[in-house]
Design a protein around this ligand. Structure first.
Ligand code: KIV
Ligand code: ZN
Length: 514
Protein backbone atom coordinates (compact mmCIF):
# COMPACT_ATOMS: atom_id res chain seq x y z
CA UNK A 1 0.00 0.00 0.00
CA UNK A 2 1.22 3.53 -0.81
CA UNK A 3 2.38 5.54 2.20
CA UNK A 4 0.05 8.52 2.60
CA UNK A 5 1.68 10.04 5.69
CA UNK A 6 3.64 13.29 5.43
CA UNK A 7 6.15 13.94 8.20
CA UNK A 8 6.12 17.46 9.60
CA UNK A 9 9.57 18.83 10.46
CA UNK A 10 9.24 22.18 12.21
CA UNK A 11 12.20 24.56 12.15
CA UNK A 12 10.64 27.60 13.91
CA UNK A 13 13.32 27.38 16.60
CA UNK A 14 16.20 27.26 14.11
CA UNK A 15 15.39 28.78 10.68
CA UNK A 16 12.53 30.75 12.29
CA UNK A 17 14.93 32.22 14.79
CA UNK A 18 17.07 33.42 11.88
CA UNK A 19 14.33 35.99 11.10
CA UNK A 20 15.85 39.40 11.82
CA UNK A 21 15.24 40.28 15.47
CA UNK A 22 13.45 37.05 16.34
CA UNK A 23 15.95 35.82 18.93
CA UNK A 24 14.22 33.94 21.71
CA UNK A 25 15.58 33.14 25.12
CA UNK A 26 15.92 29.57 26.39
CA UNK A 27 12.68 29.56 28.39
CA UNK A 28 10.74 30.83 25.38
CA UNK A 29 12.24 28.17 23.12
CA UNK A 30 11.30 25.44 25.59
CA UNK A 31 7.76 26.77 25.76
CA UNK A 32 7.40 26.79 21.97
CA UNK A 33 8.94 23.29 21.70
CA UNK A 34 6.47 21.97 24.28
CA UNK A 35 3.55 23.39 22.27
CA UNK A 36 4.99 22.03 19.00
CA UNK A 37 5.01 18.56 20.52
CA UNK A 38 1.37 18.99 21.61
CA UNK A 39 0.56 20.18 18.09
CA UNK A 40 1.78 16.80 16.83
CA UNK A 41 4.97 17.85 15.02
CA UNK A 42 7.04 14.75 14.14
CA UNK A 43 10.47 16.39 14.18
CA UNK A 44 11.40 19.62 15.98
CA UNK A 45 14.62 21.28 14.86
CA UNK A 46 15.56 22.81 18.19
CA UNK A 47 18.64 24.76 17.09
CA UNK A 48 22.21 24.82 15.84
CA UNK A 49 24.25 23.87 18.95
CA UNK A 50 27.66 24.89 17.56
CA UNK A 51 26.39 28.40 16.75
CA UNK A 52 26.14 29.70 20.31
CA UNK A 53 26.10 28.66 23.95
CA UNK A 54 22.46 29.76 24.09
CA UNK A 55 21.54 27.44 21.21
CA UNK A 56 23.44 24.54 22.74
CA UNK A 57 21.68 24.93 26.10
CA UNK A 58 18.23 25.34 24.53
CA UNK A 59 18.65 22.20 22.39
CA UNK A 60 19.88 20.25 25.41
CA UNK A 61 17.01 21.29 27.67
CA UNK A 62 14.41 20.63 24.97
CA UNK A 63 15.98 17.20 24.32
CA UNK A 64 15.73 16.30 27.97
CA UNK A 65 12.15 17.52 28.32
CA UNK A 66 10.26 16.28 25.28
CA UNK A 67 9.04 12.70 24.95
CA UNK A 68 7.32 12.17 21.65
CA UNK A 69 8.76 14.38 18.92
CA UNK A 70 12.15 13.69 17.40
CA UNK A 71 14.63 16.45 18.26
CA UNK A 72 16.95 17.55 15.47
CA UNK A 73 20.13 19.56 15.86
CA UNK A 74 21.66 21.29 12.86
CA UNK A 75 25.37 21.13 12.08
CA UNK A 76 27.78 21.88 9.30
CA UNK A 77 29.89 19.00 7.99
CA UNK A 78 32.64 19.99 10.49
CA UNK A 79 33.22 17.09 12.85
CA UNK A 80 33.35 19.39 15.88
CA UNK A 81 29.83 20.68 15.00
CA UNK A 82 28.56 17.11 14.93
CA UNK A 83 30.17 16.26 18.28
CA UNK A 84 28.55 19.37 19.78
CA UNK A 85 25.17 18.57 18.22
CA UNK A 86 25.27 15.04 19.62
CA UNK A 87 26.27 16.34 23.03
CA UNK A 88 23.16 18.52 23.01
CA UNK A 89 20.68 15.86 21.83
CA UNK A 90 22.06 12.61 23.19
CA UNK A 91 19.53 12.47 26.03
CA UNK A 92 16.55 12.98 23.69
CA UNK A 93 14.15 10.03 23.37
CA UNK A 94 14.42 10.37 19.58
CA UNK A 95 17.53 12.34 18.57
CA UNK A 96 18.33 13.33 14.99
CA UNK A 97 21.58 14.81 13.64
CA UNK A 98 21.01 17.16 10.71
CA UNK A 99 24.11 17.78 8.59
CA UNK A 100 24.25 20.23 5.69
CA UNK A 101 26.62 21.43 3.01
CA UNK A 102 26.02 23.53 -0.10
CA UNK A 103 25.91 21.82 -3.52
CA UNK A 104 25.26 24.62 -6.03
CA UNK A 105 28.10 25.78 -8.29
CA UNK A 106 27.90 29.35 -6.97
CA UNK A 107 28.14 28.25 -3.30
CA UNK A 108 30.88 25.68 -3.97
CA UNK A 109 32.98 28.16 -5.97
CA UNK A 110 32.61 31.37 -3.96
CA UNK A 111 31.59 30.38 -0.44
CA UNK A 112 33.22 27.00 0.13
CA UNK A 113 35.95 27.08 -2.54
CA UNK A 114 35.66 23.33 -2.95
CA UNK A 115 35.24 20.98 -5.92
CA UNK A 116 32.31 18.56 -6.32
CA UNK A 117 34.52 15.65 -5.27
CA UNK A 118 35.68 17.48 -2.15
CA UNK A 119 32.06 18.26 -1.24
CA UNK A 120 31.04 14.60 -1.58
CA UNK A 121 34.06 13.50 0.44
CA UNK A 122 33.27 16.01 3.22
CA UNK A 123 29.57 15.06 3.28
CA UNK A 124 30.31 11.32 3.41
CA UNK A 125 32.88 11.77 6.19
CA UNK A 126 30.41 13.85 8.21
CA UNK A 127 27.51 11.42 7.76
CA UNK A 128 29.73 8.45 8.68
CA UNK A 129 30.86 10.30 11.79
CA UNK A 130 27.24 11.12 12.69
CA UNK A 131 26.38 7.45 12.16
CA UNK A 132 28.77 6.55 14.98
CA UNK A 133 26.22 8.23 17.31
CA UNK A 134 22.79 7.52 15.79
CA UNK A 135 21.05 6.02 12.78
CA UNK A 136 18.64 8.98 12.59
CA UNK A 137 20.61 11.27 10.27
CA UNK A 138 19.33 13.92 7.91
CA UNK A 139 21.51 15.28 5.15
CA UNK A 140 20.65 18.61 3.47
CA UNK A 141 22.09 19.81 0.19
CA UNK A 142 21.99 23.57 0.67
CA UNK A 143 20.82 25.53 -2.40
CA UNK A 144 19.60 22.30 -4.08
CA UNK A 145 17.21 24.11 -6.41
CA UNK A 146 20.19 25.84 -8.08
CA UNK A 147 22.39 22.71 -8.03
CA UNK A 148 23.18 20.33 -10.88
CA UNK A 149 20.50 17.59 -10.58
CA UNK A 150 22.97 14.83 -11.49
CA UNK A 151 25.36 16.02 -8.81
CA UNK A 152 22.49 15.96 -6.32
CA UNK A 153 21.73 12.32 -7.24
CA UNK A 154 25.39 11.47 -6.82
CA UNK A 155 25.79 13.09 -3.41
CA UNK A 156 22.44 11.74 -2.12
CA UNK A 157 23.44 8.26 -3.24
CA UNK A 158 26.76 8.58 -1.41
CA UNK A 159 25.30 9.91 1.86
CA UNK A 160 22.50 7.33 1.93
CA UNK A 161 25.15 4.62 1.52
CA UNK A 162 27.00 6.20 4.46
CA UNK A 163 23.97 6.17 6.76
CA UNK A 164 21.69 9.13 6.02
CA UNK A 165 18.06 8.17 6.62
CA UNK A 166 16.53 11.45 5.37
CA UNK A 167 17.75 13.56 2.47
CA UNK A 168 16.60 17.15 2.18
CA UNK A 169 16.21 19.10 -1.04
CA UNK A 170 16.34 22.78 -0.30
CA UNK A 171 15.19 25.89 -2.05
CA UNK A 172 17.49 27.98 0.11
CA UNK A 173 17.03 31.25 -1.77
CA UNK A 174 13.36 30.82 -2.72
CA UNK A 175 14.19 30.62 -6.43
CA UNK A 176 12.19 27.55 -7.47
CA UNK A 177 8.78 27.56 -9.14
CA UNK A 178 6.32 24.71 -8.55
CA UNK A 179 6.40 22.96 -11.97
CA UNK A 180 10.19 22.98 -12.08
CA UNK A 181 10.59 21.96 -8.42
CA UNK A 182 8.21 19.08 -8.97
CA UNK A 183 10.31 17.90 -11.95
CA UNK A 184 13.45 18.06 -9.82
CA UNK A 185 11.87 15.88 -7.12
CA UNK A 186 10.79 13.30 -9.69
CA UNK A 187 14.24 13.35 -11.27
CA UNK A 188 15.93 12.73 -7.92
CA UNK A 189 13.55 9.89 -7.10
CA UNK A 190 14.14 8.27 -10.50
CA UNK A 191 17.90 8.68 -10.63
CA UNK A 192 19.12 8.11 -7.07
CA UNK A 193 19.60 4.36 -6.91
CA UNK A 194 19.18 3.86 -3.17
CA UNK A 195 16.48 6.52 -2.64
CA UNK A 196 14.06 3.87 -1.29
CA UNK A 197 16.28 3.58 1.81
CA UNK A 198 15.66 7.22 2.83
CA UNK A 199 12.83 9.69 3.33
CA UNK A 200 12.88 12.52 0.80
CA UNK A 201 12.31 15.90 2.45
CA UNK A 202 11.91 19.46 1.12
CA UNK A 203 12.75 22.83 2.67
CA UNK A 204 11.43 25.90 0.83
CA UNK A 205 11.98 29.60 1.36
CA UNK A 206 9.47 32.27 0.45
CA UNK A 207 11.42 34.93 -1.47
CA UNK A 208 8.94 34.84 -4.38
CA UNK A 209 5.96 33.97 -2.20
CA UNK A 210 6.05 30.38 -3.50
CA UNK A 211 7.25 28.43 -0.47
CA UNK A 212 3.90 26.78 0.24
CA UNK A 213 3.19 26.11 -3.45
CA UNK A 214 6.63 24.54 -3.95
CA UNK A 215 6.21 22.42 -0.82
CA UNK A 216 2.80 21.18 -1.96
CA UNK A 217 4.14 20.47 -5.47
CA UNK A 218 6.92 18.43 -3.85
CA UNK A 219 4.37 16.45 -1.82
CA UNK A 220 2.44 15.62 -4.99
CA UNK A 221 5.69 14.48 -6.59
CA UNK A 222 6.74 12.08 -3.86
CA UNK A 223 8.27 14.01 -0.91
CA UNK A 224 7.60 12.31 2.42
CA UNK A 225 8.75 15.07 4.80
CA UNK A 226 8.25 18.85 4.68
CA UNK A 227 10.20 21.48 6.60
CA UNK A 228 8.05 24.37 7.79
CA UNK A 229 7.76 27.05 10.45
CA UNK A 230 4.89 28.53 12.44
CA UNK A 231 3.59 31.73 10.77
CA UNK A 232 6.17 31.09 8.02
CA UNK A 233 8.90 32.94 9.93
CA UNK A 234 12.49 32.34 8.85
CA UNK A 235 15.53 33.73 7.09
CA UNK A 236 14.65 36.78 4.90
CA UNK A 237 11.09 36.31 3.52
CA UNK A 238 10.68 33.21 5.67
CA UNK A 239 9.93 29.53 5.15
CA UNK A 240 6.89 27.55 4.05
CA UNK A 241 4.35 27.93 6.82
CA UNK A 242 3.15 24.92 8.78
CA UNK A 243 -0.42 26.16 8.91
CA UNK A 244 -0.70 26.73 5.15
CA UNK A 245 0.80 23.37 4.19
CA UNK A 246 -1.16 21.37 6.77
CA UNK A 247 -4.47 23.11 6.11
CA UNK A 248 -4.04 22.66 2.34
CA UNK A 249 -3.67 18.92 2.85
CA UNK A 250 -6.64 18.92 5.24
CA UNK A 251 -8.93 21.07 3.15
CA UNK A 252 -8.21 19.26 -0.13
CA UNK A 253 -8.01 15.59 0.96
CA UNK A 254 -9.28 14.27 -2.36
CA UNK A 255 -6.64 16.10 -4.31
CA UNK A 256 -3.60 15.39 -2.12
CA UNK A 257 -4.64 12.14 -0.40
CA UNK A 258 -2.03 12.78 2.30
CA UNK A 259 -2.33 12.99 6.06
CA UNK A 260 -0.24 14.51 8.84
CA UNK A 261 -0.22 13.94 12.58
CA UNK A 262 -0.98 17.62 13.30
CA UNK A 263 -3.85 18.44 15.65
CA UNK A 264 -5.12 21.40 13.62
CA UNK A 265 -7.18 22.67 16.58
CA UNK A 266 -3.95 23.85 18.17
CA UNK A 267 -2.77 25.90 15.18
CA UNK A 268 -4.23 29.25 16.23
CA UNK A 269 -2.87 28.97 19.77
CA UNK A 270 0.70 28.25 18.69
CA UNK A 271 0.60 30.88 15.97
CA UNK A 272 -0.33 33.41 18.62
CA UNK A 273 2.37 32.18 20.98
CA UNK A 274 5.08 32.52 18.32
CA UNK A 275 3.83 35.99 17.45
CA UNK A 276 3.91 37.02 21.10
CA UNK A 277 7.38 35.63 21.73
CA UNK A 278 9.10 36.80 18.56
CA UNK A 279 7.19 40.07 18.24
CA UNK A 280 6.83 39.33 14.51
CA UNK A 281 3.35 40.55 13.70
CA UNK A 282 1.00 38.76 11.34
CA UNK A 283 -0.47 40.77 8.48
CA UNK A 284 -4.30 40.80 8.80
CA UNK A 285 -4.85 39.17 5.39
CA UNK A 286 -2.41 36.33 6.05
CA UNK A 287 -3.99 32.93 5.26
CA UNK A 288 -5.30 30.78 8.14
CA UNK A 289 -3.98 32.83 11.09
CA UNK A 290 -4.43 36.47 9.95
CA UNK A 291 -7.02 38.56 11.79
CA UNK A 292 -9.18 38.78 8.64
CA UNK A 293 -8.82 35.16 7.56
CA UNK A 294 -12.32 34.30 8.79
CA UNK A 295 -14.05 37.68 8.79
CA UNK A 296 -16.54 38.63 6.10
CA UNK A 297 -17.22 42.22 5.18
CA UNK A 298 -19.37 42.16 2.05
CA UNK A 299 -23.10 42.01 2.86
CA UNK A 300 -23.71 39.32 0.28
CA UNK A 301 -21.01 37.17 1.87
CA UNK A 302 -22.40 37.72 5.38
CA UNK A 303 -25.82 36.70 4.16
CA UNK A 304 -24.46 33.52 2.59
CA UNK A 305 -22.44 32.68 5.71
CA UNK A 306 -25.55 32.96 7.89
CA UNK A 307 -27.43 30.54 5.62
CA UNK A 308 -24.53 28.11 5.33
CA UNK A 309 -20.94 28.95 6.40
CA UNK A 310 -19.53 26.79 3.62
CA UNK A 311 -20.82 29.27 0.99
CA UNK A 312 -17.77 31.45 1.59
CA UNK A 313 -15.66 29.53 4.12
CA UNK A 314 -13.60 26.61 2.87
CA UNK A 315 -12.43 25.88 6.43
CA UNK A 316 -14.27 26.15 9.72
CA UNK A 317 -12.57 28.54 12.18
CA UNK A 318 -12.94 25.87 14.89
CA UNK A 319 -10.71 23.53 12.83
CA UNK A 320 -7.73 25.73 13.66
CA UNK A 321 -8.93 26.29 17.23
CA UNK A 322 -10.25 29.77 16.62
CA UNK A 323 -13.08 30.47 19.02
CA UNK A 324 -14.98 33.57 18.09
CA UNK A 325 -13.80 36.22 20.50
CA UNK A 326 -16.71 35.73 22.83
CA UNK A 327 -17.44 37.49 26.09
CA UNK A 328 -16.40 35.06 28.73
CA UNK A 329 -16.05 36.78 32.08
CA UNK A 330 -16.94 39.97 33.90
CA UNK A 331 -16.20 41.91 37.03
CA UNK A 332 -18.24 39.57 39.22
CA UNK A 333 -16.79 36.31 37.96
CA UNK A 334 -15.36 34.25 40.75
CA UNK A 335 -12.06 32.46 41.09
CA UNK A 336 -13.46 29.03 40.11
CA UNK A 337 -15.12 30.26 36.92
CA UNK A 338 -11.94 32.10 36.03
CA UNK A 339 -9.72 29.04 36.60
CA UNK A 340 -12.08 26.85 34.59
CA UNK A 341 -11.93 29.24 31.62
CA UNK A 342 -8.17 29.49 31.75
CA UNK A 343 -7.99 25.70 31.68
CA UNK A 344 -10.43 25.53 28.79
CA UNK A 345 -8.20 27.94 26.88
CA UNK A 346 -5.50 25.26 27.05
CA UNK A 347 -3.28 26.73 29.78
CA UNK A 348 -1.87 24.59 32.50
CA UNK A 349 -0.81 27.07 35.17
CA UNK A 350 0.58 26.53 38.65
CA UNK A 351 -1.38 27.66 41.74
CA UNK A 352 0.88 30.71 42.12
CA UNK A 353 0.54 31.67 38.48
CA UNK A 354 -3.24 31.33 38.66
CA UNK A 355 -3.39 33.56 41.74
CA UNK A 356 -1.26 36.18 40.05
CA UNK A 357 -3.33 36.15 36.86
CA UNK A 358 -6.58 36.28 38.84
CA UNK A 359 -5.41 39.41 40.67
CA UNK A 360 -4.48 41.04 37.35
CA UNK A 361 -7.84 39.99 35.88
CA UNK A 362 -9.72 41.68 38.74
CA UNK A 363 -7.76 44.89 38.24
CA UNK A 364 -8.54 44.81 34.53
CA UNK A 365 -12.23 44.06 35.16
CA UNK A 366 -12.42 47.25 37.24
CA UNK A 367 -11.24 49.27 34.27
CA UNK A 368 -12.85 47.38 31.40
CA UNK A 369 -16.48 46.23 31.27
CA UNK A 370 -16.17 43.34 28.85
CA UNK A 371 -13.40 40.86 29.36
CA UNK A 372 -12.79 38.90 26.15
CA UNK A 373 -10.77 35.73 25.74
CA UNK A 374 -8.06 37.75 23.97
CA UNK A 375 -7.78 40.01 27.04
CA UNK A 376 -7.22 37.02 29.29
CA UNK A 377 -4.72 35.53 26.91
CA UNK A 378 -2.83 38.84 26.84
CA UNK A 379 -2.70 38.85 30.64
CA UNK A 380 -1.46 35.28 30.80
CA UNK A 381 1.17 35.83 28.18
CA UNK A 382 2.28 39.04 29.82
CA UNK A 383 2.83 37.32 33.15
CA UNK A 384 3.95 33.84 32.15
CA UNK A 385 6.16 34.77 29.24
CA UNK A 386 7.80 37.56 31.14
CA UNK A 387 11.45 36.70 31.59
CA UNK A 388 13.00 36.51 35.03
CA UNK A 389 13.21 40.18 35.66
CA UNK A 390 16.22 42.30 36.48
CA UNK A 391 14.03 45.39 36.08
CA UNK A 392 10.36 45.76 36.94
CA UNK A 393 7.94 48.66 37.06
CA UNK A 394 6.65 49.70 40.49
CA UNK A 395 4.86 52.93 39.63
CA UNK A 396 4.52 55.51 36.89
CA UNK A 397 3.18 59.04 36.79
CA UNK A 398 2.99 61.14 33.63
CA UNK A 399 1.82 64.67 33.01
CA UNK A 400 1.43 66.08 29.54
CA UNK A 401 -0.45 68.76 27.64
CA UNK A 402 -0.55 71.00 24.58
CA UNK A 403 1.41 73.90 26.10
CA UNK A 404 3.90 72.09 28.31
CA UNK A 405 6.65 69.50 28.08
CA UNK A 406 5.70 66.00 29.19
CA UNK A 407 7.13 64.81 32.48
CA UNK A 408 7.47 61.17 33.51
CA UNK A 409 8.21 60.04 37.04
CA UNK A 410 8.94 56.37 37.50
CA UNK A 411 9.77 53.98 40.27
CA UNK A 412 11.51 50.75 39.21
CA UNK A 413 12.74 47.71 41.07
CA UNK A 414 16.25 46.93 39.89
CA UNK A 415 17.67 43.69 41.28
CA UNK A 416 15.42 44.07 44.33
CA UNK A 417 16.32 47.71 44.99
CA UNK A 418 13.80 50.49 44.44
CA UNK A 419 15.12 53.30 42.26
CA UNK A 420 13.27 56.35 40.97
CA UNK A 421 13.72 59.23 38.59
CA UNK A 422 11.98 61.87 36.56
CA UNK A 423 12.59 63.37 33.09
CA UNK A 424 11.00 65.98 30.84
CA UNK A 425 10.69 65.44 27.09
CA UNK A 426 8.70 66.34 23.99
CA UNK A 427 6.07 63.67 24.45
CA UNK A 428 4.95 61.31 27.24
CA UNK A 429 6.44 58.14 25.75
CA UNK A 430 9.76 59.82 25.09
CA UNK A 431 9.77 61.03 28.70
CA UNK A 432 9.01 57.52 30.00
CA UNK A 433 11.71 55.86 27.85
CA UNK A 434 14.34 58.48 28.73
CA UNK A 435 13.60 58.04 32.43
CA UNK A 436 13.84 54.26 32.21
CA UNK A 437 17.11 54.31 30.32
CA UNK A 438 18.56 56.86 32.77
CA UNK A 439 17.63 55.04 35.96
CA UNK A 440 18.54 51.58 34.65
CA UNK A 441 21.79 53.00 33.29
CA UNK A 442 21.30 51.11 30.01
CA UNK A 443 22.52 52.23 26.61
CA UNK A 444 20.27 50.39 24.19
CA UNK A 445 18.96 52.06 21.07
CA UNK A 446 15.28 51.91 20.14
CA UNK A 447 14.97 50.45 16.64
CA UNK A 448 11.23 50.10 16.39
CA UNK A 449 8.12 51.03 18.32
CA UNK A 450 4.68 49.79 17.36
CA UNK A 451 1.33 49.99 19.02
CA UNK A 452 -1.89 48.12 18.27
CA UNK A 453 -5.26 47.45 19.88
CA UNK A 454 -5.59 43.85 21.00
CA UNK A 455 -9.35 43.91 21.29
CA UNK A 456 -11.98 46.35 20.00
CA UNK A 457 -13.53 49.41 21.69
CA UNK A 458 -12.02 52.53 23.24
CA UNK A 459 -11.31 50.59 26.44
CA UNK A 460 -9.39 47.91 24.48
CA UNK A 461 -6.04 46.64 25.70
CA UNK A 462 -3.16 48.26 23.85
CA UNK A 463 -0.21 46.13 22.88
CA UNK A 464 3.14 47.81 22.46
CA UNK A 465 6.15 46.13 20.86
CA UNK A 466 9.62 47.62 20.95
CA UNK A 467 12.81 46.43 19.33
CA UNK A 468 16.01 47.35 21.16
CA UNK A 469 19.64 46.90 20.14
CA UNK A 470 22.73 46.93 22.32
CA UNK A 471 26.22 45.82 21.19
CA UNK A 472 24.69 44.12 18.14
CA UNK A 473 22.20 42.07 20.17
CA UNK A 474 18.57 42.71 19.29
CA UNK A 475 15.72 42.06 21.71
CA UNK A 476 12.01 42.53 21.49
CA UNK A 477 9.90 43.73 24.35
CA UNK A 478 6.14 43.58 24.70
CA UNK A 479 3.71 45.18 27.07
CA UNK A 480 -0.06 45.21 27.29
CA UNK A 481 -2.33 47.47 29.28
CA UNK A 482 -5.55 49.37 28.78
CA UNK A 483 -3.32 52.48 29.17
CA UNK A 484 -0.91 52.83 26.24
CA UNK A 485 1.69 54.79 28.22
CA UNK A 486 1.86 51.98 30.80
CA UNK A 487 1.95 49.40 27.96
CA UNK A 488 4.89 51.33 26.45
CA UNK A 489 6.78 51.40 29.75
CA UNK A 490 6.16 47.67 30.26
CA UNK A 491 7.34 46.90 26.70
CA UNK A 492 10.53 48.90 27.13
CA UNK A 493 11.31 47.27 30.49
CA UNK A 494 10.51 43.83 29.04
CA UNK A 495 12.91 44.54 26.15
CA UNK A 496 15.67 45.52 28.60
CA UNK A 497 15.12 42.32 30.61
CA UNK A 498 15.32 40.25 27.45
CA UNK A 499 18.51 42.01 26.41
CA UNK A 500 20.02 41.07 29.78
CA UNK A 501 19.05 37.43 29.15
CA UNK A 502 20.36 37.33 25.62
CA UNK A 503 23.63 38.93 26.70
CA UNK A 504 24.09 36.14 29.25
CA UNK A 505 22.98 33.31 26.98
CA UNK A 506 24.44 34.17 23.61
CA UNK A 507 28.05 33.61 22.89
CA UNK A 508 27.96 33.63 19.11
CA UNK A 509 30.69 31.97 17.03
CA UNK A 510 31.90 33.31 13.72
CA UNK A 511 29.67 31.75 11.10
CA UNK A 512 32.35 31.81 8.43
CA UNK A 513 30.95 29.04 6.25
CA UNK A 514 27.28 29.11 7.08
O1 KIV B 1 17.63 27.05 3.69
C1 KIV B 1 18.43 26.13 3.87
O2 KIV B 1 19.07 25.60 2.95
C2 KIV B 1 18.61 25.65 5.23
C3 KIV B 1 19.44 24.42 5.43
C4 KIV B 1 20.47 24.62 6.49
C5 KIV B 1 18.57 23.23 5.68
O3 KIV B 1 18.07 26.21 6.15
ZN1 ZN C 1 16.41 27.48 5.42
Amino acid sequence: MKNNKILIFDTTLRDGEQSPGASMNIGEKVRIATQLEKLGVNIIEAGFPAASMGDFKAVKIISEKLEKSQIAALCRTHLQDITKAWDAIKKAKHPRIHVFIATSDIHMKYKLRMSKNQIIEKAVKAVKYAASFTDNIEFSAEDSSRSDPDFLCQIFNAVIDSGASTINLTDTVGYAVPGEFSKLIKYIIKNTLNIHKAVLSVHCHNDLGLATSNTLAAISSGAGQVEVTINGIGERAGNASLEEVVMSLNTRPNFFQKKTSINTRKIYEISRLVRMITGITIQPNRPIVGANAFSHKAGIHQHGILKNPMTYEIMKPETIGLNKNKLILGKHSGRHAFYAHVKEMGYNLSENELNLIFKKFKLLADKKKKILSDDIEALINEEILRTREVFSLKSLYVSTGTEVDSTATLELKINNKIVNGSTKANGPIDAVFNTISRITNTKSELLRFSISALTSGTDAQGEVTVRLIEHGIIALGRGTSSDIIIASALAYINGLNRLEHLKKENFTIKQESF
